[in-house]
Design a protein around this ligand. Structure first.
Ligand SMILES: *Cc1c(COP(=O)(O)O)cnc(C)c1O
Length: 389
């Protein structure tokens, strides 16, 4: 690129970008591992990983090599023809999880849309039960599955047929009947502030689906790809879903998502039922094959669990932290009432060159690349401690 300054980018944004994002005043130009560099050469420690996208770290050499090779060889032909990367990735994803079949997409919301079509096709007209506080994406189906007034209200009417229930096993059981197509949930709610669902609630969801024939779908777009210390979050519970969605970390930095089914739902969608021009493109699939292999490594997963503990213990000792929760390297801290999380996140970025994110007025989210070292965990804790009031 031409090396425009931050001020020049802000002018372009003001005149030409639909203002849906509130950007921080930093231009990043390079990344490697857990580090980012801005246009003035300052180095940052990344504890957000592009919202759990760079699980393998920025510009992982295996991802870069696969993308470079594939980009020079073949970038696109559509799903009207065979290409090896898409089918190799489908097989690797299915074998790594539910054992059924895969529909590839370009994003998380699209994976949710595919899941919604799948469960409706399996039980025509059926309702979808979701949990309060859940987040499943911004397209109309995914938004309709996201029971948050502020996100939904401006866009009514939404897609009908969604029912939201509280985090209560009895309420969930009551909401599921023979006209329920699916229960859709995040095993750890990410966007709403890292709430790990009780095992009891997951078990109740599985039982309700078994009782009625509804499908249990886990949205693992944020929790998958090793983030929680197992490749998929469901592996840490006794519950196996009938389908799951993946995206974010799946592409090692490239945009890709997937719907993965178990055996029962593998052949529900039939020719002509669904499609996507770009989905399964060779470049994104090559990147995802590398990312999936890297994140499946048992040593990496053990380190995610270990460093998650180290991070959470260190955070709990900070004087301005009121509470810590999470699993593996998906962690939230609640701040004492005197502090604003958006302010703290901004100061962390600008004063300490530490990238974190606020999920609400009092909550900071930490999701570093999974390739982080113990020293980098300690460094982040030191930088956070320096922000004490
Ligand atoms: C980010 C996210 C989505 C939406 O993914 P996009 O790629 O932004 O469409 C859906 N579900 C969960 C749990 C997410 O974290």
């Amino acid at each position: 690129m031409t090396g425009r300054t931050l001020a020049e980018l802000q002018a372009l944004e003001r005149d030409h970008a639909i203002p849906t994002y509130v950007r921080n005043p930093v231009q990043f130009v390079r990344g490697a591992g857990c580090r980012l560099w801005d246009d003035e050469g300052h180095e940052y420690l990344d504890f957000l990983a592009g919202i759990s996208v760079l699980n393998v770290g920025h510009c992982h050499p295996r991802v870069v090599a696969a993308v470079q090779e594939q980009a020079a060889q073949l970038t696109h032909v559509t799903n009207l023809y065979y290409t090896e990367p898409a089918l190799a990735l489908s097989a690797a994803l299915a074998r790594s999880s539910l054992g059924g079949k895969v529909f590839l997409t370009n994003s998380g919301a699209e994976a949710i849309e595919a899941a919604l079509k799948l469960v409706r096709r399996a039980r025509p007209g059926g309702r979808v039960v979701v949990l309060n506080g859940g987040f499943h994406g911004r397209t109309f189906g995914a938004l309709s599955a996201t029971p948050q007034e502020s996100k939904q209200a401006p866009f009514a009417p939404l897609v009908p047929g969604f029912v939201a229930v509280p985090h209560d096993p009895a309420a969930l059981e009551r909401a599921v009947d023979e006209e329920t197509a699916a229960v859709l949930l995040e095993p750890i709610q990410g966007e709403s502030g890292i709430y790990v669902l009780d095992e009891e609630l997951l078990v109740a969801a599985r039982a309700a689906c078994d009782r009625t024939g509804a499908a249990l779908v886990f949205d693992e777009i944020q929790t998958g790809m090793g983030r929680t210390g197992t490749l998929w979050a469901y592996e840490a519970s006794p519950v196996v879903p009938d389908a799951l969605t993946s995206a974010k970390g799946l592409g090692g930095g490239l945009p890709i998502g997937a719907l993965v089914t178990g055996e029962r739902l593998a052949d529900v969608l039939q020719p002509g039922d669904h499609g996507s021009t770009f989905a399964g493109g060779p470049v994104a699939c090559r990147a995802a094959l590398e990312a999936l292999a890297i994140c499946s490594d048992p040593e990496l997963l053990a380190r995610v669990r270990e460093l998650g503990e180290r991070l959470m213990e260190g955070l709990a000792e900070l004087q301005f932290v009121a509470g810590v929760r999470g699993r593996g390297l998906i962690v939230a801290v609640d701040l004492i009432p005197e502090l604003s999380a958006p302010d703290l996140a901004r100061r962390a970025l600008l004063e300490q060159r530490l990238v974190v994110n606020a999920t609400g007025p009092a909550t900071i989210r930490l999701e570093p690349p999974l390739v982080i070292s113990p020293d980098e965990v300690d460094e982040a804790l030191t930088r956070l401690a320096a922000l004490a009031p």
